[in-house]
Ligand binder design. Structure first.
Ligand SMILES: CC(C)(COP(=O)(O)OP(=O)(O)OC[C@H]1O[C@@H](n2cnc3c(N)ncnc32)[C@H](O)[C@@H]1OP(=O)(O)O)[C@@H](O)C(=O)NCCC(=O)NCCS
Length: 137
């Protein structure tokens, strides 16, 4: 991922994942923390989409996704987010939310294109919160 894509995904400048974040991203139980990757036929991971429950009941979850720069604009991000929403819906998650940097035009466009809402964040002017009601998605 380019520096710009990494920044848009993690909201901080990262060269590599710090150990704590690496652990958090790889300790996936596929229940409370659900992750999907997309890979090429030769096994290269080119996209990652995930959600993490925000409440005990699992009705609300926070999502994020990223597509490798070389594979952007080919429908991968849309397919990943739709798959994530389908999984969430089938597993009782009613709402997916995610913070998007205010100038992340590709992601803002995708949220709108997939029927999500964008809501100003009360405590951070640099992000908009994307919201998907999974039952209507
Ligand atoms: C945002 C991101 C996931 C989009 O993935 P993608 O595979 O390139 O997107 P898709 O090709 O599936 O496009 C789906 C829709 O998103 C919008 N979109 C995607 N890229 C866009 C761009 N560069 N400019 C404008 N709209 C764009 C369009 O509405 C597009 O639909 P269309 O192709 O019918 O016009 C990808 O750019 C990315 O990984 N960015 C870096 C990390 C990031 O921003 N993650 C989001 C934080 S939660």
């Amino acid at each position: 991922m380019s520096a710009s894509s990494r920044y848009r995904r993690f909201h901080i400048a990262l060269r590599e994942l710090p150990p704590s974040l690496l652990r958090a991203m790889t300790e996936v139980d596929q229940q409370r923390h659900v992750a999907f990757v997309a890979q090429t036929p030769d096994g290269h991971i080119i996209a990652d989409a995930r959600y993490v429950h925000l409440d005990e009941a699992g009705h609300d979850a926070e999502f994020a996704l990223a597509v490798a720069d070389s594979h952007q604009r080919h429908g991968v991000g849309r397919a990943m987010l739709q798959r994530l929403m389908q999984h969430a819906r089938e597993h009782g998650v009613r709402r997916l939310v995610g913070d998007v940097l205010w100038d992340n035009a590709p992601m803002l466009a995708m949220v709108r294109a997939l029927g999500g809402k964008l809501v100003a964040s009360a405590d951070n002017v640099s992000v908009l919160q994307a919201r998907f009601e999974t039952r209507s998605a």
